[in-house]
Design a binder for this molecule. Structure first.
Ligand SMILES: Cc1ncc(C[n+]2csc(CCOP(=O)(O)OP(=O)(O)O)c2C)c(N)n1
Ligand SMILES: [Mg+2]
Length: 320
């Protein structure tokens, strides 16, 4: 697998950008500056970035309730996403969506959703539209282990496999659905094994290794683009923080959390590898870190200084 140097640096930068965004949101939420519910993806950055590095701007993604990283990796601007979380008019959905309901069709983000597994069937519809229009656009659907136990998983994937739709299902297996470990709710060692029930490829990869994610998703995207149908790629990872911000997070063993945060952190892992590969130096990596922290400072400032939407606009852009 040959990836251009600039592209690898870009992937690293995006991982650092997502981490900086998430950790700052954590801080601002705790300070009472962000309303609503917030679910953070810190620890899972290699999945969002390894996936989206394979997608064109006109390819589509469906995100879930833990989707800030998906949006940023698909090209979303941190200032507009931050403003959306703050409920401000300058946000992606004019502040009316918040953390779980952002979208931007301009960059192929069809939307995040608070309905677990809700994106799976929508992805099939988007992929059917591309197939009927005769264009080589691919739709990628992000969801986690818990969603893979919902009926939409079976219905959506069964149907897309029959129609050979250009869609890729990325299971971001962070091993828990709220407080429930996946080992309590699935009787297969790998969730991607379920692919055989639909006659499509299924692969499980280390979701904290961005290059492994990139390669596996690359094969699935190429297959979808050629018209050969859907695939499932399961990326095994871990969320660092509680299910939602404010969650006391008492259900996971402390040692497990530490192991994933300290020894399996995808960012230092990739940094070390890029230094070994002589793609960049320690100084370059430090500079990227600094630049991303500054970008997020600016994003917070932008969000703070933006106005709230006018009360008169409460019913515009909203439909049932
Ligand atoms: C249809 C539906 N059922 C239940 C919920 C409540 N709920 C919100 S998040 C969540 C757990 C989801 O777990 P998983 O799919 O593994 O996603 P993760 O939080 O790990 O990213 C549940 C049950 C919901 N939002 N939607
Ligand atoms: Mg999960």
């Amino acid at each position: 697998m040959a990836i251009e140097r600039e592209k690898m640096i870009d992937m690293y930068r995006t991982m650092v950008r997502i981490r900086a965004f998430e950790e700052r949101v954590r801080k601002e939420f705790a300070a009472g500056n962000i309303p609503g519910f917030v679910h953070l993806s810190a620890g899972q950055e290699a999945v969002a970035v390894g996936v989206c590095a394979n997608l064109r701007r006109d390819d589509l993604i469906l995100s879930n309730h833990r989707g800030h990283g998906h949006m940023i990796a698909k090209g979303g601007k941190t200032e507009r996403l931050m403003a959306e979380l703050y409920g401000k008019k300058s946000g992606y959905c004019k502040g009316k969506g918040g953390s779980m309901h952002f979208a931007d069709p301009e960059i192929g983000v069809l939307g995040a959703s608070g309905i677990v597994g809700g994106g799976i069937t929508i992805a099939g519809g988007a992929a059917l539209a591309a197939q009927m229009r005769g264009i080589d656009q691919v739709t990628l659907c992000f969801f986690s282990d818990g969603a893979s136990n919902r009926g939409t998983f079976h219905e959506g994937i069964n149907w897309s496999s029959i129609r050979k739709l250009p869609v890729v299902y990325c299971i971001e297996n962070n091993q828990y659905a709220q407080t429930t470990p996946i080992t309590d709710t699935a009787n297969v060692p790998h969730l991607a094994d379920r692919a055989c029930a639909y006659g499509i490829p299924g692969k499980t990869v280390d979701g904290n290794d961005v290059l492994a994610v990139y390669e596996a998703i690359g094969e699935a995207v190429a297959r979808a683009r050629k018209g050969e149908g859907p695939s499932i790629v399961e990326c095994v990872t871990y969320r660092w923080h509680g299910h939602f911000e404010g969650d006391p997070d008492e259900h996971r063993p402390e040692e497990e959390r530490e192991e994933w945060a300290k020894r399996k952190d995808p960012i230092p892992r990739f940094r070390k590898r890029l230094i070994e590969m002589k793609v960049f130096t320690e100084e370059d990596a430090d500079k990227i870190q600094q630049e991303m922290l500054e970008e997020i400072d600016d994003a917070v400032k932008f969000a703070e200084e933006s106005p709230f939407p006018d009360p008169e606009e409460v019913l515009s852009d909203v439909y049932a």
